[in-house]
Write a protein that binds this ligand. Structure first.
Ligand code: WQD
Length: 346
């Protein structure tokens, strides 16, 4: 049974990917320092898969502690690296925190990959590497423009570091450029758990709808788009998760064309902020309390994917549409409230 190390394994995409890896016959261990997550995800993974995941509570910025994980696990067949900060707006306000966390963590990890000869490495990259694209949909060969945020810059630099590393290391790598991962596992046992006030659109919608937030703000409605609000390519987190399993298998089967293959992970459908809100209102049968506010620094105007490469080369088949994304996100928020109420009432 192949063994995969997932960094950021208790995070949103990491936890869903661990479920998918286990369901596809992989053994999984995790590194996560719970900076942006909780142990709730580990119990959810266990409930879904029946497997108890070993998580090493290690900060990748601590090289010695990171290296110790590899000394204890010398049989790692592949790594999927999620662990990073990922809020666009926050990165504009705290650039050094983002550069330190995302870059130091990656470089420490790659030093261990090199020392311990890990053969396969999948990187959690992002559509933010494209900056504000001139032409959409973007393909993997679309020109990389200046990042609109320090978060996007850490992903651009991360890709350069990995590409250069792959030229000298006995490691095959893949860069997965996610668009906007949203929704929750159909079981509602794992989902997005933003720590603090949600930065991303969908948790902001569901937390407003459930009453955790009094209202939400639409960051700008004067963009040159179909309805003035920003356009994104929202993709269900379970579809994103399965693409990671396919990427690892693609590398282990030796199908990679280069030592650093790149894939867009998006649906190819551009959805505006207002369209996303209206879809949520339709599936939840609720009226959302939102207000149009000023633009948010760091926001890209519009972006969505050409996903042909992932579909044809990885064999990726997208299962969920925007309605299921909103429906599972809402059901997850309802589940969280139900559990919170039970704790209060017991
Ligand atoms: C989407 C749109 C906001 C909150 C995300 C991830 C990033 C990367 C790319 C994976 C923007 C608007 C949001 C709110 C709003 N994914 N919005 N009100 O910035 O596209 O980045 O996808 O790597 O990691 O963060 O996503 O959900 O923050 O914003 O109007 O309360 O929703 O302005 O136009 P973003 P987001």
């Amino acid at each position: 049974m192949a063994k995969i190390l997932v960094t950021g394994g208790t995070g949103f995409i990491g936890s869903h990917t661990i479920v998918d890896l286990i369901e596809n016959g992989y053994e999984v261990i995790s590194i996560d320092n719970f900076a942006r997550s909780t142990t709730i995800a580990l119990s959810g993974i266990e409930k879904i898969t029946g497997k108890k995941i070993k998580n090493y509570t290690v900060d990748l910025k601590n090289f010695d502690e990171t290296r110790a994980v590899f000394q204890e696990n010398t049989d790692i067949d592949g790594i999927i690296h999620f662990a990073a900060y990922k809020a666009v707006g926050e990165s504009v306000e705290e650039p050094l925190r983002y550069y330190e966390n995302n870059m130091f963590g990656l470089i420490n990890l790659l030093k261990c990959v090199q020392e311990f000869g890990v053969p396969n490495f999948v990187f959690s990259s992002s559509c933010t590497v494209y900056g504000n694209p001139d032409v959409i949909p973007v393909t993997e060969n679309t020109a990389i423009k200046p990042a609109e945020s320090p978060y996007g810059a850490t992903k651009q630099m991360g890709e350069v570091v990995i590409k250069d590393f792959s030229k000298v290391a006995n490691t095959n790598t893949i860069l997965l450029r996610y668009f906007n991962p949203v929704g929750a596992h159909p079981s509602c046992l794992i989902g997005e758990l933003p720590v603090g006030k949600p930065q991303n659109l969908v948790p902001a919608i569901t937390q407003t709808a459930i009453g955790k937030l009094p209202k939400m703000w639409v960051h700008g409605s004067d963009y040159p788009t179909k309805d003035g609000s920003c356009v994104r390519d929202y993709i269900h987190v379970s579809d994103i998760a399965h693409a990671h399993t396919l990427a690892i298998q693609y590398l282990m089967d030796g199908k990679n064309e280069t030592k650093c293959d790149v894939f867009n992970l998006g649906t190819g459908d551009g959805v505006s902020v207002l369209e996303a809100i209206h879809t949520f209102e339709e599936v939840s049968n609720l009226k959302l309390n939102y207000e149009i506010g000023p633009r948010r620094a760091g926001d890209v105007v519009a972006i969505y994917a050409n996903n042909d490469a992932a579909v044809t080369k990885l064999g990726w088949k997208i299962k969920y549409g925007i309605k299921e994304m909103m429906d599972t996100a809402w059901k997850w928020e309802l589940k969280l409230k139900q559990e919170a109420d039970q704790i209060i009432n017991n």
